[in-house]
Design a protein around this ligand. Sequence first.
Ligand SMILES: [Zn+2]
Length: 150
Amino acid sequence: MSVNIHNLNIFHIFEEKHMNLFSFTANFDSEKACRLHFKEERDKIGIQCKCGCKDHFWIKSIWSYECKKCRSRISLRSGTIMQSSKLSFLTWYKTMFLMSATKKGFSSKEIQKQLKQKRYEPVWAMVHKFRLKIYQIIIYFNTYNFLKIN
Ligand SMILES: [Zn+2]
C-alpha cells in the first residue's frame, strides 16, 4: 500500500487540533500562511530528489526547493496531493477544513459554493483526491493495526 506521507501529515493537523472555523481562519487567513505551513510540514518529513540527494536550498521567490547536488527543482506542490492542480493552497486548505469539519462532509457542489469557485470540475477533482486519500488512510491504518495486533 503506497501512502504519500506528505498528505497524511497535512490532513492530520485538522483532526489533532480539533480546529473550529475561528481557529482555522485565525491560522490560515491567506495564501502565504497556508504555503508557509505546508512548507513547514513538508520540511519535517524532508525532501528527496530523484537523484537521491536529501539536501536542498529553498528558493523563496518561486516557492521551490533546489537540489544541492544536481540542481533539480522541486516545487512545493510537486509530489503531493496538490500536484497538477491550479487551485490555490488556500482553496485546498479551506476544502480540507470543510471536509473534516463535519461528520457527514460537504458535497463537491456545496464546497464550490462555499469557496465561490466559478468552475465545478477542479473542485470536484480536488474533493475526489481527498476522498481517495481518506480511503487510503483508513486502509493504511486498518492494515497497520491488523499487523500490530497479530
Ligand atoms: Zn538531485
